[in-house]
Ligand binder design. Structure first.
Ligand SMILES: NC(=O)c1ccc[n+]([C@@H]2O[C@H](COP(=O)([O-])OP(=O)(O)OC[C@H]3O[C@@H](n4cnc5c(N)ncnc54)[C@H](OP(=O)(O)O)[C@@H]3O)[C@@H](O)[C@H]2O)c1
Length: 293
């Protein structure tokens, strides 16, 4: 990890915080997106406490995945400062127990868990290209069963926390596979990962019973961070781009998660959501030149 420049979301809590400190300790320059400055500062304090001799550094950039404008500002800050990026870790995620809308008026699970990581990967793609070898790691979940509900993507008609969460993670896995295929002959690799059931703040908006079950059955964040750390540290030649990893291994999952036709259909819908924010092409979104009048 020495001198690798890594951008990461979801590093202020849970398994992401453990992975972030580990990756920085190995010598990476870690840029962390934070929506809560206090938690960002606490991350810096905890990193120093955990690894006083840590070889790398953590830097904070403000941003909230709840707002596309905020994501754009954060990505612009990174582009203003860095000429290349070696890794993007899209780890932030939520599970809501009631229908909530973002600043952009979109169901929050869809935006934070799916639209935001795709927009980030698109906006920072030109920095990944400038690295000798780069990768995108998306934190998905073992909860990804079912289908993409194209008719009711935001679950605004009959909200279900599990259905919206599962759909967002299935979408992330599908688009990861599609992007990996697009980049087949490229040096940029894409991976999805499942951390297992982990004792974190993910169920913060759940009732006490669900929280208790989560807490009793979940493994420690230290254990939950292991697959993410493995993917970040392992050379790409030993990994399979586009694949879904659990327990540090490629894992076979539901047939729906391999359907690249559905992935393409989903990408088209995602592009419609993100259209106003896409100014240039990348392997994720190929936009046609707008004719000048
Ligand atoms: N825990 C599990 O059992 C489990 C299982 C499978 C997959 N996962 C996935 O693992 C990832 C990490 O979750 P976790 O379990 O460690 O939960 P967590 O403790 O709740 O951490 C979530 C992280 O995402 C950040 N985040 C959430 N919404 C955001 C927003 N709008 N803008 C910016 N950052 C935002 C949080 O920031 P704050 O610190 O500011 O809240 C936090 O750093 C998620 O993608 C989750 O879906 C978890």
């Amino acid at each position: 990890m020495k001198d690798r420049i890594v951008f990461m979301t979801g590093a202020t809590s849970g398994l992401g915080k453990v992975a972030a400190c580990h990756i920085a300790n190995k010598g990476a320059k870690l840029i962390v997106l934070v929506r809560n400055t206090q938690k960002g500062k606490q991350l810096l304090v905890d990193y120093k406490k955990l690894y006083p001799e840590g070889k790398g550094a953590i830097e904070l950039v403000e941003g909230n995945l709840n707002s596309f404008e905020s994501i754009i500002r954060a990505c612009q800050c990174i582009k203003d400062k860095y000429a290349h990026l070696d890794m993007i870790i899209n780890n932030a995620g939520i599970m809501n127990f009631s229908l909530t809308e973002t600043v952009d008026g979109i169901e929050e699970t869809l935006q934070v868990n799916l639209l935001a990581p795709i927009l980030i990967s698109h906006l920072l793609f030109d920095l990944l290209v400038k690295s000798k070898a780069s990768k995108i790691i998306n934190t998905a979940s073992g909860l990804h069963q079912g289908i993409i509900n194209f008719d009711n993507l935001e679950f605004k008609k009959g909200f279900s926390s599990f259905k919206s969460y599962r759909q967002s993670k299935l979408g992330l896995i599908l688009l990861g596979r599609l992007l990996a295929k697009e980049l087949e002959s490229d040096k940029i690799k894409v991976y999805s990962q499942h951390p297992g059931m982990v004792r974190t703040e993910l169920g913060r908006s759940a009732g006490w019973l669900s929280k208790a079950i989560f807490w009793l059955m979940g493994k420690s964040p230290e254990k939950g961070a292991q697959t993410l750390i493995y993917l970040a540290e392992t050379v790409d030649a030993s990994l399979v781009s586009g694949e879904y990893y659990a327990n540090k291994k490629v894992t076979k999952i539901t047939p729906e998660s391999y359907d690249l036709n559905v992935a393409q259909q989903l990408l088209d819908v995602v592009q419609q959501y993100l259209e106003p924010y896409i100014k240039q092409s990348s392997p994720i979104f190929d936009i046609k030149e707008k004719p000048t009048i």
